[in-house]
Design a protein around this ligand. Structure first.
Ligand code: ZN
Length: 341
């Protein structure tokens, strides 16, 4: 059995090895001191989201720590391809970088491992009382957590292009909004980007300005939000088309705009964000309904009057078209695709 310092060195060396290979990147979650490691895919192992890297890493540590009883239980699991995933297991020598194959066997899960009383891994649908992990596992799991932190996947997280800290890039709920901006420096966290750069990156983009950038830009007086909410979604009447608004703005010489998008479960609401300077282009306009001259009004008020009465109907009702499509009636706007899970 290795000493605690030998084990610590082994885990650190192994993490460094994977880092050098480009398989893992250790940092902290952005703006925190909470350690995390992005696990990348390894195409040469046909490893689509990095599971094999995790399995290599954990298995090597388990072997080095001498926890063979955990491994023995893991490999004793009866074959059930519908419920249990097999993998090709490699073991790396951190000094030479040479992998050696252990053949096809079961993956070793992480420090949350709880085996059933029969000594096998619980299936997803198995709610039997778990077999408690041998006490020797916990210090090893704690040490791994201390060195690499939470293991997260590259298709859900990325490193900030400015500071290298870890940012979530994949939605985890329908109300999720990004807290990063896609810039020339790559994905950069909202705290690491200037309002200027963010506004430039998102002008006329078919995506919402990240909320943190919007509130900074408003508080710095760079932009203002039109006090009118449009909607598009699955409920009847939610048929507003942002392209109609874009066309109107371009037609009137307004060259930059942004969207404040508020996603919801079955629809999105959106508002328009403009600069005060650009609204001067609308200074000669009249009230579209009353014909009243509104050129003396405050810029934001003027634009609100005009845009709130703009016809932005997308040309069909999404809810009605959905209803037709689900009844098997042809729809020009909704395509039904059947998939079996
Ligand atoms: Zn950053």
């Amino acid at each position: 059995m290795p000493t605690e310092s030998e084990l610590r060195k082994y885990i650190q060396d192994l993490a460094d090895f994977y880092d050098d290979q480009g398989d893992m990147t250790t940092s902290v979650f952005h703006g925190t001191t909470e350690k995390a490691t992005i696990v990348n895919s390894r195409s040469w192992l046909q490893d689509p989201i990095g599971w094999t890297t995790i399995e290599d890493f954990v298995t090597n540590v388990i072997f080095f720590a001498g926890l063979y009883h955990v491994y023995a239980r893991a490999v004793s699991r009866e074959a059930d391809e519908n419920k249990t995933r097999s993998c090709i297991l490699y073991r790396f020598d951190p000094d030479t970088g040479e992998p050696s194959t252990y053949g096809t066997t079961w993956g070793i899960p992480d420090g949350d491992l709880q085996l059933n009383r029969d000594g096998f891994f619980p299936d997803f649908d198995d709610h039997a009382s778990p077999y408690l992990v041998p006490e020797a596992v916990q210090p090893v799991a704690d040490m791994m957590n201390e060195i690499v932190g939470e293991l997260v996947f590259y298709d859900e997280y990325t490193a900030c292009g400015k500071c290298g800290q870890i940012i979530r890039t994949s939605p985890d709920c329908y109300e999720w909004q990004p807290d990063f901006v896609d810039t020339e420096d790559g994905i950069v966290h909202v705290d690491c980007v200037t309002v200027d750069d963010a506004l430039e990156a998102y002008s006329r983009k078919r995506a919402g300005l990240p909320p943190a950038i919007l509130s900074r830009a408003i508080s710095e007086g760079r932009v203002f939000e039109i006090d009118h909410t449009w909607e598009n979604g699955m409920h009847p009447g939610m048929n507003d088309d942002p392209e109609k608004i874009s066309d109107f703005l371009l037609h009137h010489g307004i060259t930059q705009w942004w969207w404040d998008v508020m996603p919801s479960q079955f629809y999105v609401e959106f508002k328009l964000v403009l600069t005060v300077d650009d609204t001067i282009a609308l200074s000669e306009l009249y009230h579209p309904e009353t014909g009243e001259d509104i050129s003396d009004r405050d810029a934001s008020e003027k634009v609100e009057i005009i845009l709130a009465s703009l016809d932005v109907y997308q040309g069909y009702d999404t809810a009605a078209e959905m209803s037709k499509a689900l009844k098997g009636i042809h729809s020009d706007h909704i395509t039904v695709t059947k998939r079996t899970l």
